[in-house]
Design a protein around this ligand. Structure first.
Ligand code: ZN
Length: 153
C-alpha cells in the first residue's frame, strides 16, 4: 500500500538545516508514527510523503512557509526583568516556558539588560529551511478511533 489520507505512517528521519547541521533525528529512537492527512506533521513533509511506499527513501526540502512559518517580528517582545522573578542569570539563547492564550509555548531570550529582557516567541524553527532525509518504515490503515481522534494510538 502507499501513503494516503488515513494511513498510519512510521518513518525514520534526519532533519538538517541548509548548513547541514543536524537539528533532529529519529536515529536510535523509535520511528515517528503519525496519521497522514491529519496535520500531525508539517505540511511540506506530509505532502512529499503522499503516494510513497514502505522502503522508499526520500529527501525533502521544506521552505519555512510549508514548515514552521516565517519569523514574525511581532512575536519579539520586550518584557520587564521583574517578570523573571527568581531567575539569577538571563542570557541570550536561554529558553523559558510560559503560557500564552492557554497554550504552553517556549520563548528564547534575544537580549537582556538590567531592567528589560527581549524574548522571541517564534517557533525555534520559524524561518528555517528544513532538509529531511526520510525512510518509510511502515504503513497501515488507521482505525476508526484513530481517524476520529486525529492521531495515532
Ligand atoms: Zn486518541
Amino acid at each position: 500500500m502507499t501513503i494516503a489520507n488515513n494511513s498510519v505512517v512510521s518513518i525514520h528521519y534526519t532533519l538538517t538545516n541548509a548548513e547541514g547541521e543536524v537539528i533532529d533525528s529519529s536515529e536510535s529512537k523509535e520511528p515517528l508514527s503519525y496519521l497522514h492527512g491529519a496535520q500531525n506533521i508539517i505540511p511540506g513533509l506530509e505532502n512529499a510523503l503522499t503516494g510513497k511506499a514502505v522502503g522508499d527513501e526520500i529527501d525533502v526540502v521544506v521552505q519555512p512557509a510549508d514548515g514552521y512559518g516565517e519569523k514574525d517580528e511581532a512575536l519579539m517582545q520586550a518584557v520587564p526583568r521583574s517578570a523573571f522573578e527568581g531567575v539569577d542569570k538571563i542570557e541570550p539563547g536561554m529558553t523559558f516556558h510560559t503560557e500564552a492564550e492557554g497554550n504552553q509555548i517556549s520563548v528564547t531570550v534575544v537580549s537582556a539588560s538590567e531592567d528589560e529582557v527581549v524574548v522571541d516567541r517564534n517557533h525555534p524553527l520559524a524561518g528555517v529551511e528544513l532538509h529531511f532525509a526520510v525512510n518509510i518504515v511502515n504503513i497501515r490503515e488507521a482505525s476508526a478511533e484513530e481517524i476520529d481522534h486525529g492521531h495515532t494510538h
